[in-house]
Design a protein around this ligand. Structure first.
Ligand SMILES: Nc1nc2c(ncn2[C@@H]2O[C@H](COP(=O)(O)OP(=O)(O)OP(=O)(O)O)[C@@H](O)[C@H]2O)c(=O)[nH]1
Ligand SMILES: [Zn+2]
Length: 366
């Protein structure tokens, strides 16, 4: 398996990939790189102190986990859970072997966040996610609408489908929360009516098995990223979906939480689902700075409103106080239908969520 030519070639000097300013503007150009035609494709399941764990030959009899380090040429390229990468060198996955990560495939989606709202430095969180599962508890801890709003904005910005999952409905009826997001046409999953969870037949789990089943159906065939604050029951859900003992497949057994001590994202398999089903748990991600977000992209994710902003002044924030924002007239003229006003109000609440940090913190009860 090991390849002598590559084992020399990939050790480029950094100057090999120096980026030059492009006369035409923003897009940097890189020198042509060796193609590494014989590189194997892997899906990064976790990153820990410069070591990348990737699954190769996914869903074949050859499926295995390979640990790799980045080639020097990619030293400045962030590689995250969910990324598809090219691997060369020793890709056997045998104990104590190390492959080289030499290529990053184009990303279908990329979930990003800024350090905070004033710092535009972007951090990539996870790649190639189809769905963002925002987990909140109906109570204990109190649901934080500021957190939900910010997560929604990050999802819309990235072109990822959001899904709201409400746990602990045995403790409180989440009707107000569902009502709060009604205009967004968001998929909302909840456990059964108050009391159902606590009477679940399996007394080791306080959660509603019906919720787990619903969630399994919604994640089937997709890559889903799970996001939630500490204590909302995210681990309980992830464990129920993926098999708490992690004995359900090579990947989970090796990257089981017991040995996964870092706070980085971790991709896990979901038993009883089709190929391509992955859940990415994000233990370290507690908030989304939104400085990198382009408000136009958020508006455009609202189908019936997106068209309107062609008539907005340049740099329009599309907020209620934006002078000349075309959204007001668009909705008033009925172009967005009966639900238009409520949709616009919800949209503006989301657009404003990056602005009012203090208000959010209050909501967070800090
Ligand atoms: N009443 C009730 N309790 C639940 C439910 N789901 C989880 N819990 C409990 O809530 C507590 C927190 O659950 P975890 O799964 O550890 O929460 P988490 O969000 O992963 O939190 P961290 O592990 O701190 O990140 C545990 O004691 C669970 O047993 C539920 O549906 N109803
Ligand atoms: Zn506008």
């Amino acid at each position: 398996m090991s390849n002598r030519r590559n084992s020399v070639d990939y050790d480029w000097d950094e100057s090999d990939v120096r980026v030059r300013a492009n006369k035409k503007g923003t897009r940097p150009r890189t020198k042509e790189r060796p193609a590494f035609e014989d590189a194997e494709t892997g899906r990064v399941v976790t990153v820990d102190r410069g070591r990348y764990t990737a699954v190769v030959a996914e869903d074949t009899d050859d499926e295995r986990l390979v640990t790799a380090v980045r080639a020097k040429a990619l030293r400045r390229t962030p590689v995250v859970a969910g990324d598809l990468v090219g691997l060369v060198g020793d890709t056997t996955g045998a104990p104590d072997t190390l492959a080289r990560l030499v290529r990053l495939e184009d990303r279908r989606t990329l979930l990003r966040r800024s350090a905070d709202d004033t710092d535009p430095v972007e951090r990539v969180v996870v790649a190639n996610t189809d769905q963002l599962v925002i987990v909140v508890a109906a109570a204990d801890p109190e649901p934080r609408t500021g957190f939900i709003d910010r997560s929604l904005v990050a999802a819309y910005d990235a072109g990822i489908e959001p899904l709201l999952c409400i746990t602990k409905t045995d403790l409180r009826d989440p009707a107000w929360l569902i009502e709060h997001y009604r205009a967004l046409d968001l998929t909302v999953l909840t456990s059964g009516p108050a009391g159902a969870g606590s009477e679940a037949s399996d007394d080791s789990l306080p959660l509603d098995p019906a919720l787990v089943q619903q969630l399994r159906e919604h994640v089937d065939g997709k890559v889903s990223t799970m996001l939630g604050h500490s204590g909302v029951g995210k681990s309980t859900l992830v464990n129920a979906l993926t098999g708490a003992d992690r004995a359900t497949g090579g990947v989970n057994a090796v990257t089981g939480r017991g040995r996964h001590t870092s706070s980085s994202a971790l991709a896990l398999r979901v038993p009883d689902t089709g190929p391509g089903t992955w859940i990415i748990d994000t233990p370290g991600v507690r908030s989304f700075g939104l400085a990198h977000v382009d408000p136009d992209r958020i508006v455009e994710s609202f189908d019936e409103l997106g068209e309107a902003i062609a008539d907005c002044p340049k740099g329009c924030t599309h907020l209620a106080d934006a002078v000349g924002c075309a959204l007001d007239a668009w909705v008033a003229d009925g172009h967005a239908g009966e639900a238009g006003p409520a949709r616009l109000e919800s949209l503006r609440r989301l657009l404003g969520s990056g602005r009012d940090e203090e208000q959010n913190e209050k909501h967070l009860g800090r």
